[in-house]
Design a protein around this ligand. Structure first.
Ligand SMILES: Cc1cc2nc3c(=O)[nH]c(=O)nc-3n(C[C@H](O)[C@H](O)[C@H](O)COP(=O)(O)OP(=O)(O)OC[C@H]3O[C@@H](n4cnc5c(N)ncnc54)[C@H](O)[C@@H]3O)c2cc1C
Ligand SMILES: *[C@@H]1O[C@H](CO)[C@@H](O)[C@H](O)[C@H]1NC(C)=O
Ligand SMILES: *[C@@H]1O[C@H](CO)[C@@H](O)[C@H](O)[C@H]1NC(C)=O
Ligand SMILES: *[C@@H]1O[C@H](CO)[C@@H](O)[C@H](O)[C@H]1NC(C)=O
Ligand SMILES: *[C@@H]1O[C@H](CO)[C@@H](O)[C@H](O)[C@H]1NC(C)=O
Length: 521
């Protein structure tokens, strides 16, 4: 659709590309209440913190007078992206990610934010790391980076399956990068977004189905691709949709922020000047007709009530415990999340016990152990975990390790796997990501006038980066509908100045390569 955009007349383009309503000329009296209009953001994770940041960009560029309050139930900024310290000792150890850990170079908002906020990126993937795939009974694959390993892989899977997988992922990433261009789709309906990106088939078929339809070998899909969907989303290839399957396989230039990714989200909040209320749980949001025709929203938290012109919900709806009118609630379908058990531990064992993997005692198990469900599908034993990964040394002879599993791992189990050499243990249960079955129906991005739902994006793709993209879209939508503006200017105004901004909008080649929509406009 964005390609068509270059060819057709601006008015048509406008109708096609921007599902946003062109706002009616506002009754200025509405807006000139004594105080500037207020926006409430519920949640201070990737979505909420970046939403505050995008609003501040519009304020900074166009002098919009808006006050922003961010409500956060917990005591920190970052939500599902947060860190803990080995032995709970920040003075002796570097932090370890407890939730969202990595992003890739194609994640341009995270990348750009780390540049702008002077945060240090650590590149991931150390050369000695060995990766293995375990099926619950045997180690199917174990590879490092040598030519011999490559040969073993080729022997098992051939050359075409990896190549074709790469092709699927490349096509997906190519489309994904459109989100950062000036002609990025804007959407108020996720189904339409999927279709405009040519992703309807990807979201409506399972990863196994779709990848196999691309003539990618069944073994490769069920072992290698599944290892990826299981470590990234705790779901198997026959259950998770192919868009998220492809996202799972998109590696290359993997990075994390030294000291914790949450610092990006703190920096978003700091740069935004928004007021943040930590330890403050939103209990309900109710609509209250303004004196005039337009609407306002009352946000009631455990610290009192306040009235807003717009509300951005930046948390999974069903996790908020909030009360909304049935009219709003009924629009958001039940969304189960994957209950993930994260166990962080330190160990003096340089690898897991080879005997646990039915290997000879002299063998060195891989430092990154992934899993496939294929053994279990064929009547074998189910793996007892989704992944076990060594994350580097915390002292001369002690490593920190992450275990992801569907169930709690007992101390006894940990002792067995790590040869009795377990030091610090930290357990966390997360509602980590949505259960992501193939579908073409998604929650609404907008629940009512002035009430938006950023995490409607999650059943589509669930990552830190995509939450910052979803928030950019929602902020644009909200600024358009409520203030006749947008992050990059009042381009969709009812005035006749449309031509200039549209030309700017539709000719991305005038921008340098590193153009990132929202940052560079
Ligand atoms: C173990 C794990 C590993 C992951 N790995 C990766 C990874 O490597 N890369 C990646 O990109 N993503 C990863 N993810 C996913 C990523 O962390 C999430 O997609 C992203 O952080 C979600 O951000 P969010 O702001 O949408 O939601 P959240 O981070 O969940 O933020 C929502 C916030 O809203 C608050 N809130 C909820 N209800 C209320 C209320 N009533 N009142 C006030 N506040 C409320 C919550 O406390 C929370 O802070 C991982 C997630 C987990 C759990
Ligand atoms: C939030 O609560 C925690 C623990 O109850 C407390 O340590 C912290 O100081 C509180 N933070 C704020 C900003 O009130
Ligand atoms: C980042 O560093 C540059 C150069 O040292 C400096 O100009 C800039 O203000 C810094 N930005 C932030 C957000 O600290
Ligand atoms: C944030 O607040 C400071 C001080 O009040 C002000 O100087 C600055 O311009 C504000 N920045 C934004 C983006 O609103
Ligand atoms: C999105 O649009 C589709 C048609 O393209 C429609 O069937 C669906 O109900 C819409 N979804 C929402 C949440 O409005």
């Amino acid at each position: 659709m964005w390609l068509l955009g270059l060819l057709v007349a601006p008015a048509v383009v406008l109708a096609f590309q921007l599902p946003f309503k062109v706002p009616f000329l506002k009754n200025k009296l509405d807006d000139v209440a004594a105080a500037p209009p207020r926006i409430a953001i519920i949640g201070a994770g990737a979505a909420g913190s970046s939403a505050a940041f995008w609003i501040s960009k519009a304020k900074e560029r166009f002098g919009l007078d808006l006050e922003v309050d961010v409500y956060e139930r917990s005591s920190y900024i970052g939500g599902r992206s947060t860190v803990v310290y080995p032995y709970d000792d920040p003075s002796s150890y570097s932090p370890v990610e407890l939730g969202g850990s990595i992003f890739v170079a194609a994640n341009k908002n995270m990348w750009r934010a780390s540049d702008e906020f002077n945060l240090t990126r650590t590149q991931w993937g150390d050369d000695d790391a060995r990766m293995g795939v375990w099926d619950g009974e045997q180690l199917l694959v174990s590879v490092g980076g040598s030519w011999w390993d490559t040969l073993k892989l080729v022997w098992r899977y051939g050359v075409l399956s990896p190549k074709r997988t790469e092709h699927v992922v490349e096509q997906m990433v190519k489309q994904f990068l459109k989100f950062y261009t000036a002609e990025s789709p804007r959407w108020d309906n996720m189904t339409d977004l999927a279709s405009s990106l040519g992703w309807t088939e990807l979201v409506s078929r399972s990863t196994a189905d779709f990848f196999e339809s691309q003539y990618i070998g069944k073994n490769y899909v069920r072992e290698i691709v599944e290892a990826s969907t299981r470590v990234n989303y705790g779901q198997n290839v026959d259950a998770i949709h192919a868009l998220e399957g492809a996202v799972s396989m998109a590696a290359g230039d993997v990075a994390a922020i030294q000291g914790g990714n949450y610092q990006i989200f703190e920096a978003f909040i700091r740069a935004s000047n928004a007021s943040v209320y930590l330890n403050t749980t939103v209990k309900s949001v109710t609509s209250k007709p303004y004196a005039s025709a337009s609407q306002s929203w009352t946000v009631e938290s455990d610290h009192g009530s306040k009235t807003y012109k717009a509300v951005l919900l930046a948390a999974p709806f069903h996790s908020t415990g909030m009360t909304l009118s049935p009219l709003l609630t009924s629009q958001v379908p039940e969304q189960p999340y994957v209950r993930l058990h994260v166990t962080l531990l330190s160990t003096t064992s340089p690898s897991i016990d080879p005997e646990y993997l039915n290997l000879p005692t002299t063998a060195t198990p891989p430092s990154m152990l992934l899993t496939t469900y294929e053994g279990a599908r064929n009547g074998g034993k189910e793996p007892e975990f989704n992944s076990i990964s060594y994350h580097g040394k915390i002292s001369d002879d002690e490593w920190v390790v992450k275990v992801f599993s569907q169930e709690r791992k007992s101390d006894e189990w940990l002792r067995k796997v790590f040869r009795g050499q377990v030091g610090w243990v930290h357990r966390k249960e997360w509602d980590a990501y949505p259960v992501l079955p193939p579908t073409t129906s998604f929650p609404p991005v907008k629940l009512d006038v002035g009430f938006y739902y950023i995490n409607a994006f999650e059943p589509f793709i669930s990552t830190m980066e995509t939450e910052t993209i979803a928030s950019r879209n929602v902020v644009d939508l909200m600024l358009n509908e409520e203030f006749g503006s947008s992050i990059c200017g009042p381009r969709i105004s009812a005035s006749s100045e449309r031509q200039l901004s549209l030309s700017e909008y539709y000719f991305p080649s005038r921008y340098p390569d590193n153009f990132v929509l929202g940052w560079d406009c």
